[in-house]
Design a protein around this ligand. Structure first.
Ligand SMILES: [Zn+2]
Length: 414
């Protein structure tokens, strides 16, 4: 009997340690608060619900800046944007084209580690991945000044191998069309899973976040988009091999720009001389008098200052703001503005925004790991976005020595 248990233990332990096929689906802008309200909102997301029920999940504290390129590169390097160098937010019209190329990333990526170990990787609409040197690639790419719609053609032009779009079209005749959308990503993912059997598949979908930017965080329209993303997740899961681990992750939460604070105007009106920067969702102050004045306004509902953020936390996550002596975070649905004119506080655009400081109270996204060897239904509380890459590496049986944090696989397999 004892021998049986020992054998069983060794068997399950080796299952936990054996390299697995890993499918990562990154959907921008799933706020943990929205999923906590899934029942009362009657969200029809059966596949997302099943991943949470069968897997180990956590609330995710993001990186700054939180834009899609910065955050999704952190997801595959385990480095913060200040370290991997892809810092531009997803303000699309200010994005320099060079950030489309994988060569602009400083530090090792998961796909490089996988290739070095002889593993096969597929990338679908992953930010900063063009020319990544993987087996299959349809990188996020656009030409000119994109609006809401990403054209299909620049993605297809940068595909690897060059014939990949035509091969997918053979299996899904509706694949090639004028615009790239999340259904394109799902069709490509399903094709790769069925025919190429990649060891690592990274799929990025941005429709949910785009809808929230336009119609507000968790709007009724955005919830419809999330329900259709859930359907696409179901299609990917149906094509996934037995024993694979699926990881659903979102790089940042969402709030609304309902109120705007202009700290420069506020201090001018109070006749307090101070140097103010607004960056990474924070109001950064250089000098004592400005900080002392802002401290008196913490919690005041007229100005939307929520709290002072400890400077050691600021220096760790945003080393470039060396000169700051104090930093302040805004209240929920308040955004700070750099503007030096206008009123100190006013009504905002009411659109969805996500450029908040990573520890902004309540502002978290989600991650869930589900598949062979992963504990069912476990909740890890809160983890950091840069915990994900070393965990994915351990799942694949590869190493990411530069990653700043340790794999969380041990706490989801025992
Ligand atoms: Zn965005």
């Amino acid at each position: 009997m004892l021998r049986f248990f020992t054998a069983f233990f060794l068997f399950t332990a080796s299952l936990a340690a054996a390299p697995r096929q890993v499918i990562v689906i990154s959907i921008d802008g799933i706020d943990a608060r929205l999923l906590r309200d899934a029942d009362s909102l009657k969200l029809k997301i059966p596949n997302i619900r099943r991943l949470f029920a069968t897997g180990t999940s956590a609330d995710l504290r993001g990186v700054n800046p939180s834009g899609n390129f910065a955050a999704n590169v952190s997801l595959v390097t385990g480095l913060r944007p200040a370290e991997h160098g892809i810092k531009e937010s997803d303000e699309l019209d200010s994005m320099p084209a060079r950030n489309f190329e994988a060569a602009t990333i400083h530090g090792q990526t998961l796909w490089q580690a996988a290739s070095a170990a002889g593993l096969k990787t597929g990338l679908v609409f992953w930010p900063a991945s063009a020319g990544a040197g993987v087996a299959f690639n349809l990188p996020e790419y656009w030409s000119g000044k994109p609006a809401r719609d990403v054209e299909f053609e620049p993605v297809a032009t940068h595909a690897f191998p060059a014939g990949l779009p035509a091969m997918i079209s053979k299996a899904s005749p509706q694949f090639e069309k004028q615009l790239w959308d999340d259904s394109s990503a799902a069709q490509a993912a399903v094709y790769l899973l069925r025919t190429a059997k990649p060891d690592l598949l990274l799929v990025h979908m941005s429709g949910f976040e785009i809808e929230q930017h336009e119609t507000s965080a968790g709007s009724v329209y955005a919830r419809e988009v999330l329900e259709s993303e859930d359907d696409l997740i179901g299609q990917i899961l149906a094509a996934s091999p037995q024993g694979a681990v699926t990881v659903l992750v979102s790089c940042h939460g969402f709030e609304n720009a309902n109120k705007v604070l202009r700290p420069k105007v506020l201090l001018q009106q109070a006749k307090v001389a101070a140097k103010i920067d607004v960056a990474d969702g924070l109001i950064g102050v250089t000098g004592k008098s400005g900080a002392d004045y802002l401290r008196t306004l913490i919690g005041n509902p007229k100005f939307g200052i929520a709290r002072e953020v400890p400077m050691d936390e600021v220096r760790q996550r945003a080393p470039e703001w060396k000169a700051w002596t104090a930093a302040f975070d805004t209240q929920k649905d308040w955004v700070a503005s750099e503007e030096a004119k206008g009123s100190a506080a006013s009504t905002g655009s009411h659109q969805g925004v996500h450029a908040f400081w990573p520890t902004h109270p309540g502002y978290r996204s989600i991650v869930v790991f589900s598949g062979q060897g992963i504990v069912r239904g476990r909740k890890l509380g809160e983890i950091d976005l840069i915990d994900v890459a070393p965990t994915l590496a351990e799942l694949l049986g590869v190493k990411l020595p530069q990653a700043k944090r340790k794999s969380l696989l041990p706490v989801m397999t025992h």
